[in-house]
Design a protein around this ligand. Structure first.
Ligand SMILES: NC(=O)c1ccc[n+]([C@@H]2O[C@H](COP(=O)([O-])OP(=O)(O)OC[C@H]3O[C@@H](n4cnc5c(N)ncnc54)[C@H](OP(=O)(O)O)[C@@H]3O)[C@@H](O)[C@H]2O)c1
Length: 222
């Protein structure tokens, strides 16, 4: 079987960093194209880095060809500075990346969304996540896979005190995540990355949504 090429967005982030490790170490992919705004320090024979401003995605994405696109981009309103700047990273960039990569031959698109994503939500974050899912679903990929993790666990370079506190509290009460509450259980970011690569390799096609507990079970079965 001919080997596949992956395009990764968000390779410097928590989930994206784990995706990068898995993609580089999995023989399924012969090449990993990483589109970044700042160069990654990692060097690897399979890794090709493209540095660009995400305001101008057209130039790099009309030349980079990939079978599978992994979108792990994201920010917070606090970090972005405003709701509109947040929306640009979490909605506009992923949607543009989807359109441009599809036009350039991509078959599968894997999107990290979030638990609670809903285009009709009254909560801004959940609404933007729901809207981006909806917009990319309309593009027409052979396979569109949405991952909706709960609170992410893992080591960040930057401090996010509220997420760290939340992670600790949830871990302390982890015995309580049973029945209908199971889907809220925090999840290791590497489990999300692992599930993404497994799903892409299975080529399930169509639109599929993976809630947090499903992602966890894919990782647990490995
Ligand atoms: N945090 C949680 O508990 C949680 C829970 C559920 C879902 N999620 C979602 O999961 C996804 C991944 O989260 P994460 O915590 O792994 O993300 P992260 O560590 O914050 O990484 C985000 C990635 O997006 C890139 N990015 C941010 N702003 C950018 C911009 N303006 N231009 C270009 N690239 C930009 C970052 O690049 P730089 O390194 O260059 O900044 C980084 O590679 C996000 O969509 C998030 O909403 C998070």
């Amino acid at each position: 079987m001919p080997k596949k090429k992956a395009l990764l967005l968000g390779g410097s982030g928590l989930i994206g960093g784990h995706c990068l490790d898995y993609l580089l170490n999995d023989g399924y992919y012969s090449q990993v194209e990483a589109l970044v705004r700042r160069p990654l320090s990692l060097k690897h024979p399979k890794l090709v880095q493209h540095q660009a401003s995400f305001d101008q995605l057209k130039d790099p994405l009309t030349t980079i060809q990939a079978n599978d696109v992994y979108c792990c981009l994201g920010t917070t309103i606090k970090k972005a500075g405003s709701k509109s700047a947040f929306r640009e990273v979490d909605f506009t960039y992923p949607t543009e990346i989807a359109k441009l990569s599809l036009a350039n031959g991509a078959e599968q698109f894997l999107l990290v969304s979030a638990i609670g994503a809903n285009p009709n939500s009254s909560i801004f974050y959940n609404r933007v996540k729901g809207e981006v899912e909806q917009a990319i679903a309309q593009c027409g990929f052979q396979g569109f896979y949405i991952f909706r993790p709960s609170l992410l666990l893992g080591k960040r370079q930057e401090r996010r005190p509220s997420e760290e506190f939340g992670g600790k509290v949830f871990q302390f009460f982890s015995f309580g995540f049973k029945g209908p509450l199971k889907k809220y259980k925090p999840i290791e970011s590497k489990a999300v990355a692992f599930a993404m690569i497994e799903i892409a390799k299975e080529q399930r096609y169509g639109k599929q949504i993976y809630e947090s507990q499903h992602i966890q079970s894919i990782y647990d079965q490995s």
